[in-house]
Design a protein around this ligand. Structure first.
Ligand code: UDP
Ligand code: MG
Length: 159
């Protein structure tokens, strides 16, 4: 039940200086950071990351958006980490993301608005959608040496 999930603070989150605010949400919940770095993804890397969306009408704009500046890539570990991280980030379209979630608190636009403007949907963060997706994404973004095993106090008090 202990899982790892990939979180990316997207270029809009980095440029808006929300990195600390976002990381705090995961740490407050007792989830553990086991890997973290700043990366400026190139087009090819972004296309690989989002390959499942290759045939979607928003693919080109999405790749442009995710490569417009550096991102923070984080591997988060915890009990049901994939579902828990998705719960904390909220729905894909910020206008449907509940208040209290990262997307609901730090953005408000809809994917429809972004599409109408010919832009990628700026929703502050990415998180793996399933356990297999998480395993594939973590392998793409991190080497084994960049991931760490250690104990947090939460393992005694929150687990
Ligand atoms: N996206 C977009 N337009 C859409 C749907 C999605 O620009 O109509 C972008 C948005 O940034 C989203 C990403 O594509 O986060 C990946 O879409 P997915 O459905 O996987 O949502 P997520 O898993 O990020 O919630
Ligand atoms: Mg997804």
């Amino acid at each position: 039940m202990i899982e790892r999930s990939l979180v990316i603070i997207k270029p809009d989150g980095v440029k808006r200086c929300l990195v600390g605010e976002i990381i705090k949400r995961f740490e407050n919940a007792g989830l553990k950071i086991v890997g973290m770095k700043m990366v400026w993804a190139d087009k090819k890397f972004a296309e690989t990351h989002y390959k499942a969306h290759k045939s979607k009408p928003f693919f080109k704009e999405l790749v442009e958006f995710i490569t417009e500046g550096p991102v923070i890539a984080i591997v988060i570990e915890g009990v049901h980490a994939v579902d828990n991280v998705r719960r904390l980030i909220g729905s894909t379209s910020p206008h449907q993301a509940a208040p209290g979630t990262i997307r609901g608190d730090f953005a408000h636009i809809s994917m429809a608005y972004a599409s109408a403007k010919g832009l990628g949907g700026k929703n502050v963060v990415h998180a793996s959608g399933s356990k297999p997706e998480a395993e594939e994404e973590i392998k793409l973004w991190f080497t084994k040496q960049e991931l760490h095993s250690y104990k947090t106090v939460h393992e005694e008090h929150v687990f």
